[in-house]
Design a protein around this ligand. Structure first.
Ligand SMILES: Cc1cc2nc3c(=O)[nH]c(=O)nc-3n(C[C@H](O)[C@H](O)[C@H](O)COP(=O)(O)OP(=O)(O)OC[C@H]3O[C@@H](n4cnc5c(N)ncnc54)[C@H](O)[C@@H]3O)c2cc1C
Length: 384
């Protein structure tokens, strides 16, 4: 039965629409093959559930999961007792164990959060207290000279040292989670967009369209689904599209759907430097919407600075499903980075920043409201 469903699912998703749309009853559908969707699919598959993962892109992890800093966070910044704090601390421990057990490249580099002016020093103590409430109690407050001894290129008055922070090769993590999901029967279908859905009885029926059809859609003619999936369980882990997609689920109580905000962040890479200037992750005091333009290290030794925060408008729904966001990084943007970075790395030479890449943070709160917690809605077909 399972094999038949998989075969017919794959055949139908790639077929052109007929007069009556084919319908398929399935157990679980996970929308989006980013790190969240893949991890959920793995967990469901390990528990013996029949899982289909659909993604509008041509491969896994093509969204925000491949446009980030690849940092394993300690759990310092979040409001005590928030889901963010609980998940970050527990998730970090689980992630380090998973990496060790599955041979995922990673490194516990440690991280320094630095105060570069006297006015910033109280913020460091606040962060230290908050971290302790979150169960991150191995932080150490360092005098400037101690931090600068650890990092000779650094300039700061004081620094909070987090030994448990680190970096990870996200692509390897995704591959490993996917491999486990697939070996327990999960099926991944790419170029398959969930375009909308409707509630019928107790079921959310998902309307699937091939992404190639959406690419060539004229924006006017009716868009018929090529397949309707009728799952017992739906997980909406569509990242930047999770909210726009939820709005297209006919019959879902619209009052439950949170607002969508988008905060773009650019990275610049450090060039003209044979030896990386830093061995630890270096972070300034956090800013609204992000953690400040920080130093991130790749496992291959490359040094990046970023991401900054630029609140942007969303795109139309179809463009969002096809990930047609503006990810370009303008070289002129570097002018804003130099003064930020030189606050803690004063010897950085002119002309040493090159445009890297950009990522976009999907948020359910806008500017000035950075402390809003994760929202996970269960039994209402929404997972954010
Ligand atoms: C600049 C930046 C830096 C970050 N740094 C870090 C960090 O250092 N450490 C950390 O832990 N986190 C970091 N994050 C956060 C982290 O990257 C995200 O939390 C994580 O990648 C989210 O994964 P996801 O699976 O929810 O979304 P995504 O990876 O975006 O996956 C969503 C998937 O859904 C698919 N999709 C969209 N619409 C549809 C549709 N209609 N039908 C079917 N499929 C669809 C997309 O193609 C995509 O593959 C950062 C984020 C940003 C933006």
């Amino acid at each position: 039965m399972l094999k038949h469903t998989i075969r017919s699912f794959k055949r139908r998703i790639s077929s052109i629409s007929t007069s009556s749309t084919p319908r398929e009853k399935v157990d679980c559908v996970v929308i989006g093959a980013g790190v969240v969707g893949i991890a959920v699919a793995r967990e469901l598959a390990l528990k013996g559930r029949e899982v289909f993962v659909v993604d509008s892109a041509s491969t896994f992890g093509a969204g925000t999961s491949s446009r980030n800093s690849q940092v394993i966070h300690a759990g310092i910044y979040y409001l005590p007792n928030s889901l963010k704090a609980l998940f970050c601390v527990r998730g970090r421990n689980l992630l380090y164990s998973y990496c060790s057990e599955h041979g995922i490249p990673h490194k516990q580099t440690g991280k320094l959060i630095v105060a570069t002016s006297p006015a910033e020093i109280p913020n460091l103590y606040q962060l230290m207290n908050r971290a302790a409430q979150n169960g991150v109690d191995d932080l150490r407050m360092l005098e400037g000279f101690e931090a600068m001894k650890m990092e000779p290129q650094l300039q700061c008055l004081k620094a909070l040292f987090s030994p448990v922070s680190g970096i990870i090769d996200v692509h390897s993590l995704l591959l490993s989670l996917m491999g486990e999901a697939e070996s327990h029967g999960a099926t991944f279908s790419y170029n398959s967009t969930v375009n909308s859905g409707h509630l019928e009885g107790n079921h959310l029926q998902l309307h699937i369209v091939g992404s190639n059809h959406l690419q060539s859609w004229d924006g006017q003619s009716p868009l018929h689904p090529e397949l309707i999936l009728i799952p017992k369980l739906v997980v909406n882990s569509a990242g930047l599209s999770a909210v726009p997609l939820a709005r297209r689920f006919n019959g879902l109580n619209s009052g439950m759907i949170p607002p969508a905000h988008y905060a773009r962040g650019c990275y610049f890479t450090l060039t003209n430097t044979r030896v990386p200037p830093f061995q630890h992750l270096i972070y300034p005091i956090p800013e609204d919407g992000g953690l400040g333009v920080h130093v991130t290290l790749d496992l291959d030794g490359q040094v990046k600075f970023g991401p900054d925060v630029e609140w942007i408008h969303g795109v139309d729904d179809i463009s969002s499903f096809l990930d047609k966001y503006d990810y370009s990084v303008s070289a002129s943007h570097a002018e804003r980075f130099y003064p930020e970075i030189r606050k803690y790395y004063p010897s950085m030479k002119d002309g040493s920043l090159e445009p890297g890449y950009a990522g976009i943070r999907p948020k359910i709160s806008g500017p000035g409201r950075s402390h809003i917690d994760f929202l996970i809605q269960v039994n209402t077909f929404l997972f954010l």
